[in-house]
Design a protein around this ligand. Structure first.
Ligand SMILES: [Zn+2]
Length: 222
């Protein structure tokens, strides 16, 4: 039997948001999960005390920001296996590593929704620059989201050993909410230490400065 490959037979509708209805089903599922994400008030208080300024109050705000600004969310090839997601300002696109494209795992879908939330935090200032403070802010989003998703469905994140979980959202949430911040400081410094502590839109907190200067003994005060 001769099989004809379906070649990109997308139907485009006229008007704004024309491609949103043709999104990948996994992206669609992750966007639906994003919409439902709420943060625990104690977690919000904690990350603010640490020095973070979460760019959104909940997942729904991030979802609305994506829709209102015609931001695309797509699976794409990323420069490295270890990069789970990326904000591309030129193309107004949040790119998710295509290796998760056909996932059947609920945990991975939730991890993608957390990654979208993180990248939307970067998108919010409408530039392609970052700083340690901007990362601290965006990491607070996925770390808080992870805890509330885990509280809703305990153990869900232990059901997959995908890198986006083990080296991504699981890891960051546990480091962020650890009393001992050494691992978080070391990890953020390793990944983002080359960036400035802060920038005009994201003035550096004491925490961002401690990361920049490599002071692993930073403690939350006040
Ligand atoms: Zn980031």
């Amino acid at each position: 039997m001769v099989r004809v490959n379906a070649i990109n037979c997308r139907v485009y509708f006229a008007g704004k948001n024309q491609t949103q209805d043709q999104q990948d089903p996994v992206i669609n599922a992750a966007m639906e999960e994003l919409k439902k994400i709420k943060f625990n008030n104690d977690d919000v208080r904690y990350v603010k005390k640490l020095g973070a300024k979460p760019p959104f109050k909940n997942g729904h705000q991030a979802y609305d920001f994506i829709r209102n600004n015609d931001i695309q969310v797509k699976f794409m090839k990323l420069p490295s296996e270890d990069i789970h997601a990326q904000w591309d300002v030129q193309n107004k696109t949040i790119k998710i590593n295509e290796k998760y494209k056909d996932t059947k795992s609920k945990a991975v879908v939730l991890a993608i929704s957390e990654s979208i939330l993180h990248e939307t935090g970067h998108a919010k200032d409408l530039d392609g620059d970052s700083s340690i403070q901007e990362e601290v802010n965006c990491l607070s989003l996925n770390s808080m989201a992870h805890r509330s998703l885990n509280a809703k469905d305990p153990g869900i994140f232990e059901t997959s050993d995908a890198s986006i979980l083990q080296n991504g959202v699981n890891l960051y949430s546990s480091m962020y909410f650890n009393k001992d911040l050494t691992d978080l400081i070391t990890k953020v410094r390793k990944s983002y230490g080359h960036l400035a502590a802060g920038d005009a839109k994201h003035p550096a907190s004491n925490f961002a400065t401690a990361i920049k200067n490599g002071e692993p003994n930073f403690v939350v005060t006040a």
